[in-house]
Design a binder for this molecule. Structure first.
Ligand SMILES: Nc1nc2c(c(=O)[nH]1)N[C@H]1C(S)=C(S)[C@@H](COP(=O)(O)O)O[C@H]1N2
Ligand SMILES: [Mo]
Length: 225
């Protein structure tokens, strides 16, 4: 098996996870992968099914949370972001040539950004299935981004809006600025900004257990309703 990236430790399970404010938030609708595409574009578009007509692919990849846990060997199914971009976004939405700052927004209010170039990598998917079953709510139903070379916080669950912008000036990341890196590449340990990765490891690691418990509790409560 390949080595784990710097500072990561394997977990036997795949917990529901995120920044704590999102533990109690859930998507309003999970019946179809609806997606709105807008920004510095010719024609904003609302798709009822973001994957319609696109080639489906399956990919096995590891998932790395910035707090240092890694879950190996997840089997995702969906469409490549690059395929979605070239077959739907370019011809039907028409982003400006230099609109390469991409914002991804979720039904629970979560958001993130990535450079277009990173999203066009071969292993970046819009996924609606995990390990042979429809994506469960825990892991992002009805649609999530899968970008295995970027930390978990770039892998937006419950994805419902994608924006292509010329500038990052109007974008406000969620949470504290030092926790957000514009690219968050796992191999380079780009966990955050200004604070080195090895230090963030130590700050985050003690928070994993209580975060997992909080997300689990909220999910159990929702199931019980
Ligand atoms: N919509 C949404 N996407 C999100 C989050 C979230 O809270 N809400 N948390 C992020 C973080 S920090 C991680 S590690 C992964 C966790 O994915 P999982 O819950 O499928 O394990 O989702 C990411 N995407
Ligand atoms: Mo994370």
């Amino acid at each position: 098996m390949t080595e784990l990236p710097p500072g990561q430790r394997e977990r036997p399970d795949f917990p529901r996870f995120g920044l704590t404010p999102f533990a109690e938030r859930f998507p309003a609708s999970t019946d179809a992968p609806r997606l709105r595409v807008s920004g510095d574009v010719d024609t904003p578009l609302e798709l009822d099914d973001a994957m319609a007509g696109l080639e489906r692919v399956t990919q096995v990849s590891d998932f790395h949370c910035v707090t240092t846990w890694t879950r190996r060997g997840l089997e995702w199914s969906g469409v490549r972001f690059a395929e979605f971009f070239r077959r739907i976004v370019v011809p039907r939405v028409g982003p400006a040539q230099d609109a390469t700052f991409v914002v991804l927004r979720a039904q629970d209010g979560a958001r993130t950004s990535l450079p277009l170039e990173d999203l066009l990598a071969d292993d970046v998917l819009l996924a609606d299935r995990l390990d042979g079953a429809p994506l469960p709510i825990e892991h992002g139903a009805p649609l999530r981004l899968v970008a295995p070379r970027h930390y978990g916080y770039k892998n937006v669950k419950h994805l419902d809006r994608i924006e292509f912008w010329r500038s990052d000036a109007a974008y406000r990341p969620f949470g504290l600025r030092f926790m957000v890196h514009p690219r968050a590449r796992v191999a380079l340990e780009e966990r955050g900004q200004w604070v080195p990765g090895w230090l963030l490891r130590r700050l985050y690691r003690p928070l994993i257990a209580s975060t997992v418990a909080r997300f689990e509790r909220a999910m159990a409560q929702r199931r019980g309703q």
